[in-house]
Write a protein that binds this ligand. Structure first.
Ligand code: ATP
Length: 332
């Protein structure tokens, strides 16, 4: 493992912000640390960089303990939410700063190559105070990559941007990270961002890592209801599995991983779709970008469901519901 963190604990006075956290990042892998506000994500990231003293545990790189290695000697690059560019330097000056400190040669060429990578070719002489939020974050990324860090740490790098730009930049950032095989730890509270950018995710709640695994695995098999709800599950329901098919109050759904016997399913709104029938009553509807979200009353309680934007469905209507396996998780 490139980065290996074990039993890491950080305290602020008598308050334990991170408790016994363990995580590993392989060479060239992107891990997203995902969790609600206040769960300890930034604290854990800062402890890994060496900016936060640790009460217990260890941070290792290629097996070597970093306890006595100061922040600037760890070879880590950092990107924060607000970029924190040097306002008195132009774009090239910002990006060349790290390489100059490290006495690296060929700096102009490096700046050009990095600007190309982040989609800002030709921006060398621009003043950073005149950049848009998205451009500034691209420059911050280029600056962090310039000294060729062995690990890139990104703390909510996109959360200062508006929704559309954020989505675009997440896709671009994923391309940069995976294209250049950069080893990275990303902190975010946004599951979509985590899933767009990361190979693996670790879910942090109240200072503890509750689950870590491949994106698809965590999404489809959350370990418990707390993790499931954080990942968008709004309904938890009991079912009975036979040969990879689960029968529950809403019908049958294929869940190949389910072992025969009683199981618990977590349904995201997209796990229940409008269908023929009259088993449910629509209570309310809200238009979303590419679907309509419904609250419906069923014999199993009030649940969330979705319908196509084109569907003619209104509060008071009686509808049927069908399970969609893509919106169904198997609780661990
Ligand atoms: N310097 C500090 N002194 C005391 N308590 C702190 C300090 N920094 C953070 N905390 C507390 O530690 C907990 C974790 O904070 P942290 O910033 O790591 O959470 P987070 O998951 O990154 O949250 P957010 O997504 O809101 O940034 C919070 O309860 C916070 O109030």
């Amino acid at each position: 493992m490139a980065l290996s963190v074990s039993g890491l604990t950080v305290r602020y006075g008598s308050f334990t912000a991170v408790s016994g956290a363990g995580l590993e990042i392989a060479d060239g892998e992107v891990l997203a640390l995902l969790g609600p506000s206040g769960s300890g994500k930034s604290t854990l990231l800062r402890a890994i960089t060496g900016l936060e003293p640790i009460a217990a545990g260890s941070v290792r790189w290629d097996g070597a303990d970093l306890a006595r290695v100061p922040v600037h000697k760890r070879g880590f690059g950092l990107v924060f939410q607000d970029g924190q560019l040097f306002p008195h330097r132009d774009v090239a000056g910002n990006i060349a700063f790290g390489p100059r400190m490290h006495g690296m040669t060929g700096r102009a060429e490096r700046v050009r190559r990095l600007l190309d990578l982040v989609g800002l070719a030709g921006y060398e002489k621009r003043r950073v105070t005149e950049l848009s939020g998205g451009e500034a974050q691209r420059v911050a990324l280029a600056r962090a990559l310039a000294p060729e860090p062995r690990l890139l740490l990104l703390d909510e790098p996109l959360s200062g941007l508006d929704a559309g730009l954020r989505e675009q930049l997440a896709v671009d950032l994923a391309e940069v990270l995976h294209g250049a095989k950069i080893t990275a730890l990303l902190v975010t509270h946004d599951q979509e961002e985590a899933f767009t950018l990361a190979d693996r995710v670790a879910v942090l709640q109240a200072g503890e890592i509750r689950q870590a695994g491949a994106v698809r695995e965590v999404w489809r098999r959350p370990v418990d209801e707390g993790v499931a709800r954080f990942l968008g599950v709004t309904t938890v329901i009991d079912g009975e599995a036979t040969d990879g098919v689960v029968r529950c109050a809403f019908g049958e759904v294929v869940v190949p991983e389910a072992a025969d016997g009683p199981v618990r399913l977590g349904l995201r709104p997209s796990g229940l779709r409008l269908a023929e029938g009259d088993t449910a009553e629509v209570l309310s509807k809200v238009h979303r970008r590419d679907h309509v979200r419904l609250a419906v009353r069923t014999t199993a309680g009030t649940v969330d469901a979705v319908a196509a934007v084109s569907a003619d469905v209104n509060p008071g209507d009686e509808i049927g519901l069908a399970l969609d396996p893509d919106g169904v998780a198997l609780l661990g």
